[in-house]
Structures are given as structure tokens and as C-alpha cells.
Design a protein around this ligand. Structure first.
Ligand code: ACK
Length: 222
């Protein structure tokens, strides 16, 4: 019915509680502050500025994108493929409004986006769409063969003119490189974890202690 179609949200996902959002914002800003002062980063700053040796202030470079969440299914108010089927899945209706503990296992930076990788548990994977990775294959061909949940992330910021959908695609690129056996270049052991460079302005820090983030599985209409 028309009413049912109207009731589909923009997206479903896990919405981080506000106290942990503040903590993540602090930790992630500290990381950006440190990253852009590293010689190794400055050496590759051309990926961000287009000019060799030009300094970049990553805290200014990335614009925050509202409430921190991990998207499960983008529904576009019902216009996205599979939106209605997802909304009707038993796991989705059963867990709607339930609390979860999300594990943020890495932070990553590219010239387009800044995000956190989310490592999903078996239970959390019940809420993950079967085609979330395959759907990205036009942008990231290797994505189709990556494990379920590889795209799970929290967008922390986007460069000027970049839409947040890009964060998950950037993560998939990095995960694809890891799966192909590309180790990247281990740049530095930092207090937060090991910092690796994957080329083309792609940086990832694997957190020594994953951030445990309480979240509510719900949906957003804007
Ligand atoms: O940062 P995100 O995961 O990227 O959270 C926002 C949210 O939906 C609201 O815009 C994500 N999003 C937007 N378009 C898509 C899409 N086509 N596929 C998957 N996620 C999307 C965006």
C-alpha cells in the first residue's frame, strides 16, 4: 500500500549512542592531527593537495557528516533495490530498536573520506544485506568476492563535494588490497595502533584496542 511505501526510511543502521560519539570524535580528530604532521604523510600529501610538499590540515579537510552510524541498508524511502524486502526480513523487524555493541577496529583516511571500519559479529551479520558488497562492484570490482560485512563502516568525514556513500567504497578498496595479499607499507607503530599506507593517499590504522561502541539498530528518515 501507499502507506507502507511511505514508511520506508532513507536508511537502516546502527546509531551510536551520543556519549560514545563524542569519544570517537575526539579520538579520530587526535589521529588526524598526528597523521598530517608525520613525515611519511607529508611525503604523499600531493594525493590530497594536488601539489607536492604542500601542507594539508586534515581536520579542516574533512567535513563532519552528522550523527555517527553504521549503515546496513540504504533504502532511499523505498526507491533503492531490495529496500522493501530488507525492511521485512525477520531479523530486521525482530532487532529493530535493540541495543548492540559495535566494534570499531580501524580508522582510515583517503583523499575523499575519513571513516572507521566496523567488525561485525555473527549476530550483527544477520542484519547485513546479502548484496551490500556485490552492489558496490561497479565502483570496486573486487568487492563482489569480499566477505560479508567488508563494507561496514562509520563515516567520520568527507572531503569537500564528496558524498558519504564513498566511505564504504573507499574501505572496500583497502580491504580488497589486503585480501589480494598487498601488505601495504607499515609506516609507524603509533599509540593507537599500526599505521599502514596503501598507496594513492590511502592510510589505515589498525587499532590496538578496538573501540567498543554501544549502538541502537534503527532507521533514519533524513
Ligand atoms: O556514511 P554512510 O554509510 O553513507 O551513511 C549515509 C546514509 O546512507 C545516508 O545517506 C549511505 N548511502 C547513501 N547512498 C548509498 C548507497 N547507494 N548505498 C549504500 N549506502 C548509501 C550514506
Amino acid at each position: 500500500s501507499q502507506l507502507e511505501e511511505m514508511s520506508l526510511p532513507l536508511y537502516f543502521g546502527w546509531f551510536l549512542l551520543s556519549s560514545i560519539q563524542d569519544k570517537i570524535r575526539c579520538t579520530s580528530m587526535d589521529f588526524l592531527k598526528t597523521l598530517d604532521t608525520l613525515e611519511a604523510f607529508k611525503k604523499h600529501s600531493i594525493d590530497f593537495t594536488g601539489k607536492a610538499e604542500k601542507e594539508v590540515d586534515l581536520e579542516q579537510y574533512f567535513k563532519a557528516k552528522g550523527t555517527l552510524h553504521c549503515t546496513t541498508k540504504y533504502c532511499d524511502y523505498g526507491k533503492a533495490e531490495g529496500a522493501k524486502e530488507y525492511a521485512q526480513k525477520p531479523a530486521v523487524t525482530d532487532f529493530y530498536g535493540s541495543a548492540f555493541e559495535m566494534s570499531l577496529s580501524a580508522l582510515f583516511v583517503t583523499p575523499r573520506t575519513f571513516g572507521a571500519r566496523v567488525s561485525l559479529t555473527e549476530e550483527q551479520l544477520l542484519l547485513w544485506p546479502d548484496d551490500a558488497e556485490k552492489e558496490a562492484a561497479s565502483a570496486v570490482p573486487a568487492a563482489a568476492s569480499l566477505p560479508l560485512g567488508s563494507r561496514a563502516h562509520v563515516t567520520l568525514g568527507c572531503a569537500e563535494g564528496i558524498e558519504p556513500v564513498q566511505t564504504g567504497l573507499d574501505l572496500l578498496q583497502i580491504v580488497a588490497l589486503q585480501q589480494e595479499g598487498q601488505q601495504g607499507e607499515l609506516v609507524e607503530e603509533m599509540e593507537l595502533g599500526s599505521l599502514t599506507y596503501y598507496g594513492e593517499g590511502r592510510w589505515l590504522i589498525s587499532l590496538r584496542e578496538p573501540i567498543c561502541a554501544p549502538a541502537c539498530f534503527s532507521s533514519s528518515y533524513k
